[in-house]
Design a protein around this ligand. Structure first.
Ligand code: ZN
Length: 283
């Protein structure tokens, strides 16, 4: 989709499955299973959506998916079918050396995994050799000092090599990456969680990360059990969805499987998502 001098696209890194209890938090299964069916292991199929913004000042990648480094146990537990980001970028005519900026909603393995890859010596190195990687300092501090509750969601090889190879820029709060493309810190899902807002001339596109991971989560109480600060998620989500509805933003969902992006609609007081295909011109 063209937004003035910016071009935005969604590229998928593949699919995975996550336990429905973790995905929907305190919402009972009797309710969420009316919207989506779980598999025999109670897992729900999810997408791994990355946003690509091509601008005159450089190409920006938001999220890197899971990538290809995971061990067999993780592949099996999460039914990983991932590592498709680089070939997806190629369909847009972009090589890994063409990406100038990479940022993530946060550093959990399902968002930062593809930031690094194994080289021939099986060392983890940055996937995008010429990029600056922008990470909230608070997010970095938590990822590098995990505890018993957060540990399983991180893999340090996803992000430590960014620092070792001097491609890491720690930031604090909101920041404009290139003209019209803003990082907005939200917190909620974890410390330093951020969204990316693309202000086109006529249209705003917002990548909301795990604040609203799928279209199911536009319902306010649908907050993952993995959220570190669920009350903060609730208030941010309330505020962002209100603005998105009023200003008719296109929301991009980090884990939407069949719907990657959409606009909010209200029927009889109830909010729903009307899918938008970003590979088509602005509706
Ligand atoms: Zn996630």
């Amino acid at each position: 989709m063209k937004l003035g001098r910016l071009r935005v696209n969604v590229v998928s890194d593949g699919t995975w499955r996550l336990d429905g209890g973790i995905l929907f938090g305190q919402v009972p299964k009797a309710l969420w299973q009316k919207q989506v069916k779980a598999d025999g292991r109670n897992r729900v199929r999810l997408g791994l959506n990355c946003l690509v913004i091509q601008s005159p000042q450089g190409n920006v990648l938001v999220e890197a998916g899971v990538g290809k480094k995971c061990d067999e146990r993780r592949k099996e537990n999460y039914a990983l079918n991932t590592g498709k980001l680089v070939s997806g970028l190629r369909t847009l005519g972009l090589k890994t050396t063409d990406v100038q900026y990479v940022t993530f909603s946060h550093l959990h393995f399902d968002h930062a995994g593809g930031a690094t890859k194994y080289n021939r010596k099986r060392e983890a190195v940055p996937t995008f050799p010429k990029a600056r990687y922008l990470v909230q300092e608070s997010c970095w501090n938590d990822a590098t000092h995990t505890n018993e509750r957060s540990r399983a969601a991180y893999e340090s090889l996803d992000y430590l090599p960014l620092q070792e190879r001097e491609q890491l820029d720690l930031i604090n709060g909101d920041k404009e990456i290139v003209n019209g493309v803003w990082i907005k810190e939200t917190g909620g899902h974890c410390r330093g969680h951020q969204m990316v807002v693309v202000n086109g001339a006529s249209r705003t596109v917002a990548f909301v990360g795990d604040l609203v991971p799928t279209p199911y989560h536009i319902s306010l109480p649908y907050i993952t059990a993995g959220d570190q600060f669920p009350e903060e998620t609730l208030e941010k989500k309330r505020q962002i969805l209100k603005q998105a509805e009023e200003e008719q933003w296109i929301l991009v969902f980090s884990h939407g499987y069949d719907v990657h992006a959409g606009m909010l609609e209200r029927h009889n007081g109830r909010l729903s998502v009307k899918p938008v295909d970003l590979s088509k011109p602005d509706p």
